[in-house]
Design a protein around this ligand. Structure first.
Ligand code: SF4
Length: 200
């Protein structure tokens, strides 16, 4: 901070722009929220925010005191609304609204039913898929070992390409949750961060 101006820097590991070249809207919201916290805590009139990616790209936004306060008030309204809905609903899961950006980094995926039901429509690109159900059997194919699972959420038989050493730990008819999987065409496949849990 210098006099009534604060400089804010936010670093991102991935791309910071939408397809149209503008700053991704969730990053802009994040900068506005940080600005609100700054103006609410310090005697600051303006926040100069710089959002930078590891590749060297950078977007700059100047956020005024009034703008930051307006954003803070909007967040407060959203939280009030969330809490009001939360009091009315019987389970938290009705408040979950799966979308690619949020779910990609959420550790709650394996226990989030709305995510598990809609995961195939989200356009996920990494190791985020979950497969849950009873193991129907294991089959050696030319691609490797394939586990066939009676998929609870997709309501069908799903196939997972799985390392041989992992398949040796599995028993037919037992219920499992496979998490952090990749999509490989019609099939799911094991990735670097994949895990399997018994879920009887
Ligand atoms: S996995 Fe569920 S809780 Fe996590 S971001 Fe997605 S919808 Fe929200």
């Amino acid at each position: 901070m210098h006099e009534s101006v604060a400089d804010l820097r936010e670093y991102k590991s991935g791309t910071i722009r939408e397809k149209d070249g503008l700053l991704r809207c969730e990053y802009l919201d994040q900068a506005k929220f940080y600005s609100y916290l700054i103006v609410d805590t310090f005697q600051v009139e303006t926040v100069n925010a710089s959002i930078e990616s590891l590749s060297g790209d950078r977007c700059e936004e100047q956020i005024s005191l009034e703008h930051a306060r307006r954003f803070g008030a909007a967040v407060e309204m959203s939280l009030t609304e969330f809490n009001r809905e939360n009091e009315k609903c019987e389970t938290w899961e009705v408040l979950a609204t799966p979308n690619r950006d949020a779910c990609t980094f959420c550790l709650g995926r394996p226990v989030c039913r709305p995510f598990k039901k809609s995961q195939d429509q989200l356009g996920l690109e990494g190791e985020q898929y979950v497969l849950e159900g009873n193991l129907l059997g294991l089959e050696k194919t030319k691609l490797g070992t394939v586990a066939a699972v009676k998929d609870v959420y997709r309501k069908k038989r799903s196939e997972l390409l799985i390392p041989e050493e992992v398949s040796q730990e599995l028993t037919s008819d037992n219920a499992y949750m496979f998490m952090n999987l990749r999509r490989q065409g019609q099939m799911l496949s094991w990735g670097n961060t994949s895990r399997v849990l018994r879920c009887d």
